[in-house]
Ligand binder design. Structure first.
Ligand code: NAD
Length: 441
């Protein structure tokens, strides 16, 4: 399908400006997918990637949409829509998180699945990318309702998942609890325990040491590598963090422990700032007790969006996608952005930040610690053998530093920015595999 200038909303114009190659299927045409495609095409262009491979990688290989009923606590039955998108089957089993949220859509999952493919390729993991989720407001569901929703969603995905086909993991609004329900549902169906159907599960069910902190720790490792290249260190660094969930809370704690001055944090309810550094243990304790940041009295409360523009050395978006856009990129007051969230920066904002000399360490590198330790978990489950926590952290460090060094080299080689270099490095690996496997039949 060629870009032909049709369509409104700037989609075709942007793609045409990026390249005159392909436009993806209308089914997953959303703003987030536009971003994923625009980033991909930029990297494909510097590689001179042939059209045939581009077309194969620009469209997800398999997408499943399910509508299913869940009984609410008051006896009513409500229908929910769930998705699972598998981006490529070329690299091995598919691997990717599952999220719950009101905006979850096919296009969002397609974009996130493509980034998962690139992330796994960049880290040298034997997986293709997948992503899934259920459109719902998880905060309005009781624990029992969430369990029924998770179990039904898992059984709806049965035709396309399996420990050697597609392995789920936590993402926004899901964690160890949901992974345990998912694993149990799958295991009940096949008649024996299959821990390797999900990663990020509780250690007692075959989860690994360190998975709960892996994504956040990986972000910190990448930041340390980036700082080393600039002759800087974490101690004394002024940091602002958007989002304090699975990922952001670990980053805040790890950076504060390493001597960083965390000047601003936010969650969905508000932001808090303190120029002298926030008391991170108190902030996290408040959230653990009250679920949200609002009401925390140990610092000045601000609008949640203000945190992104707070003066600092390093801004870490760790909440959700499309937070740094052409509307606020000119007002960012930092020297470096490290993307803990997936897709937090739009291509338009990337251009503005590049003009302003603000480097962006991209999501596919910075938050790859999660899937890397998920891979370790899957390997341990397959081997029926557990590694020690220190070994896992040491392996994670090695694997991320190796990827960081390769992206650094690609950046020099291609004379480009960090995102483009990381994507080019990843696409090269997937494209090589696609060419070698050729096309069946
Ligand atoms: P989570 O649901 O645990 O936490 C999200 C946090 O963001 C919460 O604190 C929430 O209140 C906050 N938030 C939501 N909307 C906000 C807004 N508009 N402004 C400020 N804060 C807001 O999710 P998570 O698992 O920590 O994931 C965060 C990001 O990291 C997502 O982009 C996810 O895809 C990505 N990621 C997660 C993992 C993982 O292992 N969980 C791995 C790789 C990437």
């Amino acid at each position: 399908m060629r870009v032909d200038g049709r369509g409104a909303g700037g989609w075709d114009e942007l793609l045409a400006a990026e390249s005159n190659l392909v436009a993806p299927g209308v089914e997953w045409r959303t703003e987030l997918y536009r971003i994923a495609v625009a980033q991909f095409i930029r990297a494909a262009d510097i590689l001179g990637l042939e059209q045939e491979v581009r077309e194969r990688l620009l469209e997800p290989r398999r997408s499943l949409v399910v509508n299913f009923p869940v009984r609410r606590d008051d006896g009513r039955v409500e229908s929910f829509t769930g998705y699972r998108v598998q981006h490529t089957l070329t690299m091995g089993p598919m691997k990717g998180g599952m999220r719950y949220g009101p905006d979850v859509s096919l296009g969002e999952c397609a974009a996130l699945a493509m980034w998962m493919t690139l992330k796994c390729a960049l880290l040298g993991l034997p997986f293709g990318g997948a992503k899934g989720g259920v459109r719902c407001d998880p905060t309005s569901l009781s624990e029992g309702e969430l369990e029924r929703l998770t179990r039904r969603y898992a059984s709806e995905l049965f035709p396309i998942i399996g420990p050697d086909r597609d392995i789920a993991a936590p993402d926004m609004a899901t964690g160890e609890r949901e992974m345990a329900w998912f694993m149990d549902t799958y295991s009940q169906q096949v008649g024996h325990a299959v821990p390797e159907i999900v990663t990020g599960k509780p250690p007692v069910l075959g989860g690994t040491e360190g998975r709960d902190v892996a994504t956040g720790l990986g972000v910190v490792f990448c930041l340390e590598d980036a700082l080393r290249g600039r002759g800087e260190q974490v101690d004394g660094l002024r940091v602002a963090i958007q989002g304090l969930g699975n990922v952001g809370a670990v980053i805040a704690r790890e950076l504060a422990d390493r001597g960083a001055v965390v000047v601003a944090v936010s969650d969905v309810t508000c932001g808090v700032v303190d120029d002298n550094g926030l008391p991170i243990p108190d902030v996290l304790e408040w959230i653990a007790e009250h679920q949200f940041l609002r009401g925390f009295r140990g610092a000045r409360e601000v609008d949640r969006q203000a945190v992104v523009e707070t003066p600092c050395d390093v801004l870490i978006p760790a909440a959700l996608e499309r937070q740094i856009t052409d509307a606020n990129a000119a007002r960012l007051d930092c020297r470096l952005v490290v993307e803990a969230a997936n897709g937090p920066t739009t291509p338009e904002a990337d251009r503005i930040l590049a003009e302003r000399g603000i480097d962006v360490i991209p999501d596919v590198l910075a938050n790859a610690g999660g899937v890397t330790v998920s891979y370790f978990e899957w390997v341990q489950d397959q081997q029926k053998y557990s590694w020690q926590g220190e070994e896992i952290v040491a392996r994670l460090r090695l694997q991320l530093s190796d990827a960081f060094a390769r992206v650094h080299a690609a950046r020099e080689r291609h004379g480009t920015d960090w995102r483009n270099a990381a994507q080019a490095e990843a696409i090269t690996r997937v494209a090589d595999a696609s060419r070698l496997r050729t096309i069946y039949p």
